[in-house]
Design a protein around this ligand. Structure first.
Ligand code: ZN
Length: 373
């Protein structure tokens, strides 16, 4: 028996109890909405569809609530949040996949093995893509270890000189000038890295030839994630052993127009990917590294959630970080510590339920592949 979900003209079939999924996943795709907590998810659905619970990820069968607190603080940044998801261990803010014995910026702690490193070790293909700096905290926590998230140069070098396998096979994001500046402080550059490791670093997604099996794309700005995801999946899915892919889409809602729009667009990308991959062998997980202080405090059906925002912007143009106050929304410019939603679909997804620590997401993915720590 199957349950049919009809969304925007596309039909998805989610197998029911009677039709058991294989217990093991060949592929895992982690969709990370940066700062996309429950407040943002709720508002994005209303913003996009004038209706609650209309995002594709809100139709998934398995839901949990993930605690994002760090090893020392209640409110997480992207570094500690993503490190916990990728390594199964909580650490401190600012630290990239190193243990809680790390002193940020001063002293390395234990270098933690990330899920991407496990995947490389097992001979899978791996990919990391984002529409922010590809050496910034969320993508960095997948493929590197560093005692401070600001060490872009040290971080990006690890993508070219990995400890496990041959490192991320697909790496796509932005931040070219900032990364080059950080590399220059170490007497290096993207060009030098590229030469040394015989791996081209494309400055634009559109420069990648179809013959390139392992594309590294670092643009200055504006990464087209749907186009990047298509390029990535086409290459990663060639590996018969399977793949791991992390896609980050920034969902900070300091500017709610932009942030909520991002979340709706990300959800559309997730829907499109779910329609293309083999869902019998692919575990999909959607979550956030930490929450954000956005709440729906008013508004009604048929009225845009962002009504009044343009006027608010004009009045408050000079004031940086002023609290956004419009009839339906209030946005403070800070991360918050309440649980974020983790939604899952595919083999191994049934392990996602109830309240859980963010470190459990790592275990769910590792167990779905059938691996042990
Ligand atoms: Zn974040």
């Amino acid at each position: 028996m199957r349950t049919f979900i009809i969304l925007a003209g596309l039909i998805y079939t989610i197998p029911c109890e009677a039709e058991k999924l294989p217990s093991k996943a060949k592929n895992v795709i982690l969709f990370l909405a940066d700062a996309g907590g429950l407040g943002a998810v709720n508002a994005a659905s209303i913003h996009g569809y004038d209706k609650a619970q209309s995002l594709f990820v809100q139709s998934w069968p398995n839901i949990g609530l993930s605690d994002t607190s760090t090893a020392s603080q209640w409110v997480s940044d992207s570094a500690a949040g993503m490190s916990a998801i990728m390594t199964g261990q909580k650490t401190h803010n600012g630290v990239i996949s190193m243990g809680p014995d790390t002193a940020r910026g001063k002293q390395d702690g234990a270098r933690l093995k990330t899920l991407l490193m496990y995947a490389e070790e097992h001979g899978l293909s791996t990919g990391v893509m984002t529409n922010v700096n590809v050496a910034d905290a969320t993508p960095a926590a997948c493929y590197s270890n560093a005692n401070d998230r600001r060490k872009y140069g040290e971080i990006i070098q690890q993508a070219f000189a990995p400890k496990y396998g041959d490192g991320p096979d697909v790496l796509m994001g932005i931040g070219r000038a900032a990364i080059d500046k950080s590399l220059a402080e170490q007497g290096s550059s993207l060009d030098a890295l590229s030469q040394k490791h015989g791996r081209k670093v494309y400055a634009s997604l559109s420069d990648v030839p179809s013959s390139e099996p392992r594309p590294v794309v670092i643009q200055e700005k504006d990464m087209n994630l749907p186009a990047a995801a298509e390029q990535a999946l086409e290459r990663l899915s060639r590996n018969k052993k399977g793949y791991f892919l992390m896609i980050e889409w920034d969902a900070h809602t300091d500017n709610p127009q932009q942030g909520l729009g991002n979340l709706v667009a990300f959800d559309k990308l997730i829907r499109s990917i779910a329609g293309k991959v083999n869902m019998k062998e692919t575990l999909l997980i959607f979550t956030a590294d930490h929450s954000f202080d956005i709440s729906t405090k008013g508004g009604k059906r048929g009225e845009p959630l962002l009504a009044g925002y343009e006027e608010w912007k004009q009045k408050n143009a000079a004031q940086r970080n002023a609290v956004v106050e419009i009839p339906a929304l209030r946005v403070n410019h800070n991360h918050t510590g309440e649980e974020v939603v983790v939604a899952a679909m595919g083999p191994g997804a049934d392990k996602v339920h109830g309240f859980l620590p963010n470190t459990r997401i790592f275990e769910v993915m590792l167990e779905a592949y059938g691996w042990k720590r």
